[in-house]
Design a protein around this ligand. Structure first.
Ligand SMILES: [Zn+2]
Length: 261
């Protein structure tokens, strides 16, 4: 049976690319179709009826007409515009970071269902939660898991012994922790304090409401951020070779932190 010519899906707009004078190509993340692209005609014209429903980071119900190469967006109705994410520069940058990670770690037309609710919840939490850093770290860890890169945090990835409560190291290339006996063999590994290891395991193994109850001091927060971002960077360089934006974002964040002190 031929596929129907028109279809509808829930979607989050994760990327916009300008095309010609007034058109755009949009990248959507959807619950069951994975990442998809759509041609949006005249989206950048001032009177476009669709534009408001197809802003970056907007959760919408979107209609498409199948095309030979690219499907065309024929309609869109906002479900949640996540307004706070668009009215604060720092929050916008957090939201775009989430969208960019989704774009990098998902494939077109490949369903990754657990990742869709995680993304929506993360955008909600960014709007509401006090500790945005924790929201992002939780998202990163669970994104890694659903993309097939769950970091091994409980045993040494080289000798497979259970880790002792001492300073162990994280190796991005090995995808997990190394005990003190095995870490000298690895050139690029990051020492992690006992408390930072505990927090990481807790974030990986529990739901957000439990993870968000933990008080994390700034030192541990920095340790965790360094380790996860070095792992993401390693994976993106190895798999996608486009980690430059992560560096840019990191600089933006540092600037923000400096400005907010
Ligand atoms: Zn070991």
């Amino acid at each position: 049976m031929p596929e129907p010519r028109n279809y509808q899906t829930e979607a989050i707009v994760i990327k916009k690319t300008k095309l010609g004078e007034a058109d755009s190509i949009l990248t959507f993340f959807t619950p069951h179709l994975g990442k998809i692209q759509g041609f949006a005609k005249s989206l950048r014209k001032p009177r476009s009826k669709l534009a408001g429903h197809l802003e970056l980071l907007t959760h919408s119900q979107v209609s498409f007409a199948r095309g030979r190469n690219l499907d065309t967006v024929t309609g869109s109705q906002t479900i949640n515009s996540f307004l706070p994410l668009k009215s604060d520069l720092w929050l916008t940058s957090c939201g775009l970071y989430v969208a960019e990670l989704i774009n990098q770690f998902t494939a077109e037309h490949q369903e990754n269902f657990p990742l869709f609710p995680l993304t929506l919840e993360t955008l909600h939490r960014l709007c509401l939660a006090d500790n945005k850093e924790l929201v992002l770290r939780y998202f990163e860890l669970h994104l890694l898991e659903s993309a097939g890169y769950r970091p091994q945090l409980r045993e040494c990835v080289a000798c497979h012994r259970q880790l002792e409560p001492t300073t162990n190291s994280f190796s991005p290339s090995a995808g997990g922790m190394l005990c003190p006996d095995c870490s000298p063999d690895q050139s690029l590994s990051y020492p992690l304090s006992v408390n930072a290891q505990k927090v990481l395991r807790l974030m990986q193994g529990s739901d957000y409401s439990n993870a968000s109850r933990v008080k994390i001091d700034p030192e541990i927060s920095r340790e965790i951020e360094n380790v996860i971002s070095s792992y993401l960077k390693y994976l993106l360089e190895k798999e996608v070779k486009s980690a430059a934006w992560l560096e840019t974002l990191k600089e933006q964040r540092l600037q923000f932190q400096r400005n907010s002190i």
